[in-house]
Design a protein around this ligand. Structure first.
Ligand code: FES
Length: 163
């Protein structure tokens, strides 16, 4: 298998090769895309084309699967990925106002990344911590019972300096 000019890190290439040795290797498409996103931060066109080529799965199928699942993103995300849960429990406890505050302070919209690449904002459906609603994640760090007045402090935890 060709290894030069790869858009994928060697560990992903190895993982795909492992998958290709298994029955129904195409069923590993989602785990492969998850690993690509973990490593690169998003699914670039080039990385998806290479997954398609290596796994012998049509490019339209790769794009279709990646588009279907909301946890895949096609744009580079920030170093700190702010995820505001907008599930029912969080929403009724003010997650929409918390989200607005993040958007206002960072001056970006949901799905966008700050110009310096430091922060991005996304929304999620229930992330399984309803008792802590409203819940915000910054990368893997969980903030519970978040109040609008705490948003600036959460950002400051990650180097945000603007008031
Ligand atoms: S609705 Fe937000 S954690 Fe469940």
């Amino acid at each position: 298998m060709k290894t030069e000019n790869t858009a994928l890190p060697p560990e992903i290439v190895d993982y795909i090769d492992e998958c290709l040795n298994k029955d129904r290797s195409e069923s590993y498409l989602i785990p492969v895309l998850q690993k690509v996103q973990e490593h690169i931060g998003f699914l670039s066109r080039k990385s998806m084309d290479e997954v398609s080529w290596r796994m012998q799965v049509p490019a339209a199928t790769v794009t279709g699967v990646a588009s279907f699942y909301h946890f895949f993103t096609f744009k580079p995300r920030g170093e700190y990925r702010v995820t505001v849960c907008m599930g029912t429990a969080c929403f009724v406890r003010g997650a929409d106002k918390v989200l607005e505050q993040f958007k206002e302070l960072l001056n970006i919209d949901e799905g966008e990344t700050s110009e310096d690449g430091t922060f991005s904002i996304d929304c999620a459906r229930c992330i399984g911590a309803c008792a802590l609603a409203p819940v915000v994640l910054v990368n893997d760090r969980v903030y519970g019972n978040v109040k609008v007045s705490e948003v600036a402090g959460i950002l400051r935890d990650h180097g945000f300096e603007k008031e």
